[in-house]
Each structure stands twice: as structure tokens, then as C-alpha cells.
Ligand binder design. Sequence first.
Ligand code: ATP
Length: 140
Amino acid sequence: MKKQFAVIGLGRFGGSICKSLVEEGMEVLAIDENEEKVNEFASLATQAVIADTTDEKALRGLGIRNFDHVIVAIGDNIQASILTTLMLVEMNVKHITVKAQNDYHEKVLNRLGADEIVHPERDIGIRIAHSVVSKNVLDY
Ligand code: ATP
């Protein structure tokens, strides 16, 4: 059976994860509270729904606990990201990946029990710096 993914937050980060998972042939439920974002992903994702994931009833109603892997890609609204993650942990979702906005956010997510925490802006910055340095070393 195909692995079932859910992506919460369809900004640049969540949106690109959603697209890539679909391209890899995965089943993806795309979730955002913003109707325009959901419409954008309606034809791409397996299913796209409008929901505020800080609303426990709404989250449970999506059957989120049955998904193999949930990715929380809410960035700016740290409170919403934390609350959503807390409820996913409480629902015993198998694997939870969360985008952290800063080090404090990351610390809280760790405490909550998120399985994987990503920090894309920071990580890509580090990677680019390494690549620039190694290119410069080769140039000398
Ligand atoms: P990115 O950096 O990935 O481009 P962004 O800056 O566009 O993200 P963010 O504030 O990080 O936007 O939020 C990402 C998405 O998460 C947005 O599309 C927003 O509507 C959605 N979102 C925020 N809060 C919630 C929530 N409580 N429930 C569902 N979706 C939410």
C-alpha cells in the first residue's frame, strides 16, 4: 500500500514538499486554512482541504491519526505550529516532521516529541556557505 502523507501549510516550503511527494507517486492530503492555497493544490494533491489545524475537532475530523507521516509546514505562526504539533503527538501520529522558525521554536518542538525538525532557511544558508568556501579553496 502507498504511504499516506499529509502536509499542513501550503506556503513555499509546504507547497514544494507536497508537489515533490506527488511526483514521487505518494498519496498526499494537502491542508491549509487559506482557501486560495487549497484551491491552488486541489488538482495536484490526492485531496486538498481547508482547515485550521489548531482546531482539534477539525484535525480529528480529517482522520489525521491514520496517516503515516504528517509534515507541519506552518512557519510564521509559531503558536499554530506548536499547537498543531502537540495535538498530532497526542494523537500518536506515526511520524511528524515540523518546520522550525527559530531556535526557540525548535527547542519547544523537541520537547513536544516531534520526530524530525527541519530548519530550511538556516540549513540552506549553511550549505551555500560551505559550497562557496569549497569553491574558493579549489580556485586557489
Ligand atoms: P513559506 O516560508 O513556506 O513560504 P509562508 O511565509 O508563505 O511560508 P507561513 O506563515 O509560513 O507562510 O505559513 C505557511 C502556510 O501555513 C500558509 O499558507 C498559511 O495559510 C498556513 N497556515 C498557517 N496557520 C495555519 C493553521 N492554523 N491551519 C492551517 N494552515 C495554516
